[in-house]
Design a protein around this ligand. Structure first.
Ligand code: FAD
Length: 249
């Protein structure tokens, strides 16, 4: 998430200012010999887009219903406090907050950050994925009915070829893996900029002296985490397992 390593062509593809065939072939010309693995990865990304378009043409009702019927009637929760924190980038989980603020500041969010954000909203907070999907549709410059719906349903566990519902992203370890130096967080959550990298994805683990030296006061300059990761994970799994076993009977 901290590196500028993707093509950033999604808005052009969406609006048709770049043809997907041109992108496919240009990449082939440029990368086939020198970077065949990168070419395969890029082509695979373009195919995800085609896959999303295919499914929406096949099943337009996906804009209103879950791909997996077993998730129909899932007991999503009303949580206005959680919703406000998530949309404003004030959940107290730095990588989730960086993604929310990147969206509002630039109209773009890195794919990994999108997945972490969805997981947090739908699993840690149990808020309906469609609400998050509409928020993304409002703010993303590449907002696309098919890709956005597929991305939300995939990450929420309700979609086609979904990640299994029981996989709940840990926003701390995801941050450590995909933003190892904390550069992404520091760019969008500047109040944490002076924290040592060791604590950048979990400021509450820092000692009072470390927080003071970084001019961070939890609850004032930056929020306490709005949920406990382990508790939220357990709550989601219980709700999901109960719902899915009732849906079977
Ligand atoms: C919750 C969520 C919502 C998303 N909403 C959108 C959206 O509204 N519009 C959109 O274009 N993409 C969406 N995506 C897919 C992906 O995040 C973006 O296409 C990608 O981040 C755009 O950056 P890029 O152009 O640098 O991508 P690159 O990695 O360079 O990929 C090249 C192109 O392949 C396509 N692509 C790559 N990954 C995906 C994917 N997972 N699904 C569909 N197409 C893909 C895009 O057209 C992209 O421009 C969403 C993903 C998630 C998880």
């Amino acid at each position: 998430m901290d590196l500028d390593r993707t093509s950033r062509i999604s808005a052009d593809l969406h609006f048709g200012t770049l043809s997907v065939r041109d992108a496919f072939q240009a990449a082939e010309r440029k990368l086939q010999r020198s970077h065949p693995d990168a070419l395969t990865r890029f082509h695979t990304e373009l195919l995800w887009r085609e896959f999303a378009q295919h499914w929406l043409i096949e099943r337009p009702a996906l804009l209103r219903e879950t791909f997996r019927p077993s998730f129909s009637g899932f007991p999503w929760q009303e949580d206005e406090h959680g919703w406000a924190a998530w949309t404003q980038g004030k959940t107290g989980f730095p990588v989730v907050d960086a993604a929310a603020r990147e969206l509002l500041a630039t109209g773009f969010v890195h794919n990994r950050a999108r997945m972490i954000s969805v997981s947090f909203l739908t699993k840690h907070l149990l808020i309906h994925y469609a609400r998050g999907e509409a928020h993304y549709a409002k703010w993303l410059v590449d907002a696309d009915l098919a890709s956005n719906n597929m991305g939300w349903q995939w990450s929420a566990g309700t979609g086609c070829d979904a990640q299994p519902y029981f996989r709940v992203f840990n926003p701390i370890t995801q941050g450590e893996r995909f933003d190892p130096e904390g550069d992404y967080v520091r760019r969008y959550v500047p109040e944490l900029r002076a924290l040592p990298t060791k604590y950048i994805h979990a400021p509450w683990r820092a000692s009072a002296a470390v927080l003071r030296a970084a001019r961070v006061t939890l609850g004032e300059t930056y929020p306490h985490p709005i949920v406990d990761h382990a508790d939220a994970r357990t709550r989601y799994l219980l709700v999901a397992q109960t719902h899915l076993s009732e849906a079977k009977t």
